[in-house]
Design a protein around this ligand. Structure first.
Ligand code: GLN
Length: 537
């Protein structure tokens, strides 16, 4: 069992997750089996109840785990399928320890952070690594070194280093910020020195330092960091702002990061010749696009792009397949209520309505769906977006002006979207949703079947409400065909509007399984239609 721990210093938001994912991506390109764990030092059990506006999107895994969005980066960069146990939070650790204590499992001992909590952390980390069967597990330590919250995790990591052997089985990579100051633009290494000192005071000597800086680090800055932080010069890595996150693996590789890790961890015998060709092609298409389209993303958390991270990545993946740069226009759905939608959506080649919860912004999204439907603009609705499209069609095409979801209007005379019977009566938050990968049967000959190249697919879900079966016949007669259904046939999963170039929506979230080189088929459909639309313009 080998581990690479990735910690962060100086400030949060350094892109530790991207560094960790990139290292995993590179190890994988040499044939080494990798897995990854994200540690979040907050007391929430999982990200399920967290506000995307503060925290970024809630990412959903096959097993229904609602986790930190960094796990999305891991899945995308390393092409993995992770499970909820790959996200360890303080909440999960404490919950287990407290439950053990109540069951009397500690035999009357005093239950403490060091020993009991750290033991549980180590148990979880090694358990995931063992179950994954991987050669190397990359563990990202959330938070910043020096935070009270991350202390038990760092201590557990230190102990693992001691137990498994620092020589070749456990490596520590510390990511820090190197700010540039003053008129001469000098790189300041002092914050890095201090944060490494913090790390050393806990007993962890980093093996590698990744310096985030607005530009390439100079040789003298690298030498200074190497000297004061006591690492070899070749283990000081420069990670300047990249043009695309997908460039980071190559930036790291050029500096010998992977060779260094392979040598240090004695991974040599497991390696195969490097294989990054398809990644390089993918990146080339992102950096040097031949086409451009603009997609309006209509949501309510548009101030924080991270709230829709997987949507944005899916658009990038789909665009890259066609050497097409996808420009995203963030549209606050409420703006569509107070302004002319033709003005706000002017010039866009497609409209995307992502998932969401709660009534705010709903009516504006209905305006956007209607505008796309009536004007033949390519449209993709995801989860809430699927429900919005259904409500819009029920109101405008079926002539049911008060059609709604019972989520927004419990007393609506036409509940075209309602709570799933098996969920009715459950009112507390968390754990009450239809979550994770579910089989979807797709109708032969449909657009979706063509895009997926299959009629039997599996996609991830996160919803409480669904299409009310009482309205299905009328909606289909009006041209809103449900071409994807759940295995039991009861739940509507995909809608396709007849007679429109591309008006498609899904109850599931195709964005969570989109990967570089293997984009979400429904996003690919949107981009292809948007490219055709922009040509006709
Ligand atoms: N609020 C809707 C539901 O619970 C949609 C959820 C979503 O978009 N993820 O069904």
């Amino acid at each position: 069992m080998k581990f690479i721990f990735v910690s962060g210093g100086v400030i949060s938001g350094l892109g530790k997750g991207i560094t960790a994912s990139s290292i995993g991506c590179l190890l994988k390109s040499r044939g080494i089996n990798v897995s990854s764990i994200k540690i979040d030092p907050y007391l929430n059990i999982d990200a399920g109840t967290m506000n995307p506006f503060e925290h970024g999107e809630v990412y959903v895994l096959d097993d229904g785990g609602e986790v930190d969005l960094d796990l999305g980066n891991y899945e995308r960069f390393m092409d993995l399928h992770l499970g909820r146990d790959n996200n360890i939070t303080t909440g999960k650790v404490y919950q287990t320890v407290i439950e053990n204590e109540r069951r009397g499992e500690y035999l009357g001992k005093t239950v403490q952070i060091v020993t009991h909590i750290t033991h549980e952390i180590k148990r979880r980390i090694t358990g995931v690594a063992r179950a994954s069967g991987s050669d190397v597990t990359i563990v990202e330590l959330g938070g910043t070194v020096g935070d009270i919250e991350s202390m038990p995790f760092l201590e557990a990591a230190r102990q693992l280093g001691r137990e498994l052997g620092r020589e070749e089985n456990v490596m520590f990579i510390h990511t820090t910020l190197i700010p540039i100051m003053g008129s001469v633009g000098e790189e300041k290494t002092k914050p890095t020195q201090h944060s490494v000192k913090d790390l050393m005071s806990i007993g962890i000597r980093p093996d590698m330092i990744v310096g985030r800086c607005s530009r390439e680090l100079s040789e003298s800055a690298k030498a200074k960091i190497a000297m004061f932080c006591d690492v070899p010069e070749k283990a000081v890595i420069s990670c300047p702002d990249a043009r695309s996150i997908y460039e980071v693996p190559l930036v790291l590789e050029r500096q010998g990061v992977i060779d260094y890790i392979i040598e240090k961890m004695k991974l040599g015998p497991m390696t195969t010749p490097r294989n990054m060709d398809s990644w390089e092609r993918f990146l080339g298409n992102i950096l040097e696009p031949e086409h451009h389209v603009e997609i309006a993303l209509v949501g309510k958390y548009t101030a924080l792009a991270d709230s829709y991270l997987s949507q944005l990545e899916s658009l990038t993946h789909a665009g890259a397949e066609r050497a097409c740069k996808v420009h995203v226009r963030f549209v606050d759905s409420d703006d569509l209520l107070h302004n002319d939608p033709a003005e706000i959506l002017k010039g866009v080649d497609g409209v995307l309505i992502p998932g969401g919860f709660g009534i705010r912004g709903v009516e504006g999204k209905i305006v956007a769906a209607r505008f796309a439907r009536e004007n033949g603009i390519p449209f993709l609705g995801v989860c809430l977006g699927f429900q919005i499209a259904t409500i819009e069609i029920a109101r405008d095409v079926l002539g049911l002006p008060r059609a709604d979801s019972t989520e927004f209007e419990p007393g609506t005379p036409d509940p075209v979207i309602f709570i799933m019977p098996e969920q009715a009566g459950i009112t507390h938050m968390g754990g009450t949703m239809r979550l994770g990968a579910q089989r979807v049967l797709v109708k032969e000959g449909s657009k979706a079947a063509e895009l997926y190249g299959s009629t039997d697919i599996s996609e991830r879900h996160r919803h409480r409400y669904e299409v009310n079966p009482a309205y299905i016949d009328r909606l289909e007669a009006a041209g809103w065909k449900f071409t994807g259904r759940s295995e039991d046939g009861d739940k509507m999963e995909i809608g396709e509007l007849e007679g429109h170039p591309y008006f498609v929506a899904s109850q599931f979230h195709p964005e969570f399984k989109s990967r570089p080189g293997r984009p979400s088929p429904l996003h690919q459909g949107l981009i292809d239609a948007a490219m055709a639309y922009s040509k006709d313009d």
